[in-house]
Design a protein around this ligand. Sequence first.
Ligand code: NAP
Length: 239
Amino acid sequence: MKTSKGYALVTGSAKRIGRAIALDLANDGWNIVIHHYRSVKEARALAEEIENIGRKAICAPCDLENATEVKNYIDEIIRVAENLRVIVNSASMFESDALDPDETRHKLINVEAPRILSTRFAEKCSGNIVNILDGTPVAPNFTSYGKSKLALTEMTIEMAKAFAPRVRVNGLAPGPTLIHHRQSSKHFEDMVSRTSMKTAIPVEMITSAVRFLLENTAVTGQIIYVDNGYHLDIPRTRT
Ligand SMILES: NC(=O)c1ccc[n+]([C@@H]2O[C@H](COP(=O)([O-])OP(=O)(O)OC[C@H]3O[C@@H](n4cnc5c(N)ncnc54)[C@H](OP(=O)(O)O)[C@@H]3O)[C@@H](O)[C@H]2O)c1
């Protein structure tokens, strides 16, 4: 094993954007805690891939809807992952309002879980937290999701103030990047057409922005939009 920068925990990293972030960080010298829930096989496959590039990988499942599991999670991770220095809160619930009419599950998974994990991390460790937000939070039929991401955005700023100087906290707000199975292709393409660049965001732009936030020691309390300019469209379309 090569010398590492320490461990980075990436939530929801068995698949999709979280996976790309985990792999990119492993290539950049980090050992990785692969948080997952249902995607057990995919998490193991990623662990193997990370080990093949000479880094350590630990698969660590947790249901982020279960507050008791979440409360104990960081302590469990610290017992097995020496030198935990980073959390990337990327796991997310993205369901239509019909499936979460009282917004409870979106709040638990997208806001409460990152809050609990980050607070315990700041108590026990030093380093960096990156919250993956959403540059496109207001979408018809996904109001609960959108509200939860806006709450996480505000919380990012509050955490940056509260956890300094031991921990820097930043947010990264992607635009439309990977189509979701809960989304129609029309819904996704409509979002892409609202970006200034008229294209989906390459996942490499997200991973390089995470690295920037980890490396630049002068940046905390920032929200970076990696969204091909989608946020420029919001004031006009929301009024
Ligand atoms: N995709 C996009 O274009 C886009 C656009 C804007 C913002 N974002 C943000 O970028 C991040 C990654 O996006 P994504 O599309 O890759 O995410 P995703 O596929 O919707 O979800 C990522 C992971 O979250 C985990 N998760 C969901 N519910 C969970 C629970 N109860 N407990 C534990 N884990 C749970 C799942 O893990 P398991 O599979 O292991 O169960 C899932 O694989 C998210 O925060 C999202 O809001 C994405």
